[in-house]
Each structure stands twice: as structure tokens, then as C-alpha cells.
Design a protein around this ligand. Sequence first.
Ligand SMILES: Cc1ncc(COP(=O)(O)O)c(C=O)c1O
Length: 450
Amino acid sequence: MSIQEASFVSREEQLYRTLTPTSYEYFLEGRKYLPGSDSRSPLFHPPYPVVLDEGHGCWLFDVDGNQLLDFTGNHTSLILGYKHPRVLDAVQRQLEKGTAFPGVTVPQMRLARFLCERLPSFERVRFTNSGTEATMNAIRVARAFTGRHKIAKIEGGYNGSWDDVMVSTHPSGEQSGDVLRPVAAPASLGLTSHSVDNVVVLPFNEVEAAARLIEQQGKHLAAVIVEPVLGSAGMIPAEQAYIDMLREVTKRLGVLLVFDEVISFRVAYGGAQEYYSISPDLTCLGKLIGGGFPLGVFGGRSDIMAMFDPSRGRPQLPHPGSYNANPISLVAGATTLELLTDDVVQLLNLRGETLRRKIRTAFEDAGLTAQVTGLGSLFAIHLTSEPVKSYHDTMHANVDLRHRIFLSLFKEGVLIDPRGVGCISAAIGEAEIDRFVDALRAVLRKLAGS
Ligand SMILES: Cc1ncc(COP(=O)(O)O)c(C=O)c1O
């Protein structure tokens, strides 16, 4: 660390550094081969992320021997916790048979059946390696089916890392324009203007304004893609009236409604679509459905999905992929879903509610202002005094304080996402929730007193 850097180092960061010297060495070494020493940019946080070595249940261990109570579940992917014995066993049995095959496998049919039984809107599905590929194929088929080229997405919505949805994911105040008529802002360099110009950006939870925008663009719109709970923007649930409006307007205008349930699937046995009683035309899942291995799925109405069918002649939409539907991910996912019964989902949701309530009280008791959002077993902390109903409402939150809380929680042995979001896995019980809240209270007391 240079002297210049050191002069900006907060007390929380100094403590973090003293706990993580080996991670820092890896960071310096890793930067020689990997830009930023990693391959997953949202996980970077200053001064450097720790290098994780092992996970077990709800515990993570880093290379310095820090033991962390994990409230990330690899960012909602490991709903049963790390190294669940039943998942490991299923994977082990599949490993002995083979890891990938040049053809159809039984685990694929089994998980497809599970999913179609679980989500009534899934008449047909196809597997991918990631949520990104799932949304990409869903949008492509929506364009092919409707013959239209534009899509509408939500401001602050994250629907994967391919070009057409890397628009207005986290725009700054200057980029975003009018609250009720957001501007399409590229979320990355390297996008073509074609990608950006084809996106209509909708304000979240603004029923009339969003309906107007969809109606104005209706004849050009192939799809509206929406996360029923905005995930990376900070676990912000849609209001029922907003989702109802999306369903009504899209149906009326012949626009396909695509639910991106990569994160929200966990909020009910049949996903957020069950919670909101809405049947989308297409749905994308990822993360938890792979049970800790890379997997995505998209599916929905059979008349739309038939465009991928190669058994009736040349498919209208090809869907290649060397590792599509790889059996390791499929058996890990199927075992996870078997264990994720309705009762387990309800228990997780109850714990989520308890945690959100206790976090709110901890902030109130410390005299600090925060908004705690979430649904089911998802939660987020926004350091702002205004109610949070959309990404726009988070724009002025205190990210510096959020970072100090994140680092301080680490020191107390608790890990959440650096962006202040988290989730509860089935490995977390009442005792772990209390441990989190005690740690948070200790952190807030120190911060309030500093
Ligand atoms: C809502 C949502 N959609 C899509 C994706 C992309 O999934 P993946 O990271 O598997 O490509 C993510 C990833 O965080 C997500 O949160």
C-alpha cells in the first residue's frame, strides 16, 4: 500500500486488512494474470475481496482462516447451503457415470419434468449454462415469435450480461433522465447503439407511467422482461398492481411477458409467479436450480418454445451449446428442488421476515436511518431515509456507510454481499439469525458512536 493510499484508509478498512493478509497477497499475485484478480466484477470491493477456500452449511472459510457466517449463498445460488450431503451424493453418483455426453440424458428429462410440474406456466423448457443464456434465448424467441425487434426492461433490472439487456442496470442520476420516462443508458462500453436503441426502459412500480410507455411502443415490442423482485438493485419487490398491469397490457398488445426469476424463484414453491398469481409467457431461472453448479433454464408456452424443436425439420431457432443440460448441474439441481419442498420454502420465508424485522429494529435502536427491503428469504439494507420502491429510490443511498458496515460485519464474522443484499439458506436457523443481528447491533453501535 502506498502512503498516498494509506491516508484514505478508514478504521474499518485497516481492521479488514489486518485480518486478511494472505488474501491481499493473492490479490497482488492474481492481478498479474486477471484484471482485478477475479472474473466476476460485481463481487469486487475495496480494498480487495477475500480469497475463499471452503464452505460448509452456512459457514465459509477464507485463506487466512477467517470463519464467516454466510448470508450470500453464493448470491442466492446455494439455497441449501454449502456442500449439502444429499447434493454431493447425487453429484458423486453422476461423476461416476460421466460428466458430459454427446446426447440426451435421463437427468435432463427428470429436471424438466420437475420444473414443469412445479411452475404451471412451464409447458416446455430448455437448459442453458447460465441465467444470462436463459434470458438471451428467451428474448430471441420472443423476437422471432412476434416478429418485433424492441424489448422493454426495468430501470435497475439486471437480466444477465449480454448486450441487449446491459441497459439501464445501474444508471447514475445524470444518465437516467426523467423518473417516469427513464432514458436507455448503456451499462457498459462496447455495446452497439442498436442494442441500446432497441430497449424501452420502464420505471419500476409506476403503474400508469410504465403502462403508457408500453402502449406507446406496443407495436414494436417483442417482450417485456421483468424481475418480480429486483435483485441486484436491492431486493425490491414489485407491487401486485404493477405486475397485474404488465400482464394485462402485454396480453392486450400481443407483447410477450418474460419473468426473470433467476433470483425470485425462491419466494414461493412455484416462484414469484405463484406468489403474484400471474402466468407469464416465458420464464427464466438460474442460480439455485443448479444446486451450486452452472445451470439456467428458460421456458413457457409450448407454441413459443416449439420454435426450438428440431424434431419437425430444421428448427426456426437453433440452440446449440457444448455443455447445455450438463448432467452434473442437472442432478445437483434436481436434488436441491426435491429438498426444497413447500414447507422448506415457507420456513425460509418466515426466517426472512424475522431477519428483516430484526434488522429494522437494530437500525432504529442505533438511531440510524435505513430501509430494509426484500421478500421471502431475500433481504437488502438501503441507507436512505426515503422508502425504497424502485432502483431510482436507491440512487442517493449512503454507499460509503454501507461499505463500512459491510467491512465491519466481516470483522464480526458475518458475510453479506458488498452491495448490502443477502439471503437466507436452509442451513441458517434462528440462532444464526440472532448471531447476525447481534453482530449488526455491535457494528451500528460503533458507527453511531464514531
Ligand atoms: C435476475 C437475474 N437475471 C439473470 C442473471 C444472470 O445469471 P448468470 O449470472 O447465471 O448469467 C442474474 C445474475 O445475477 C440475475 O440476478
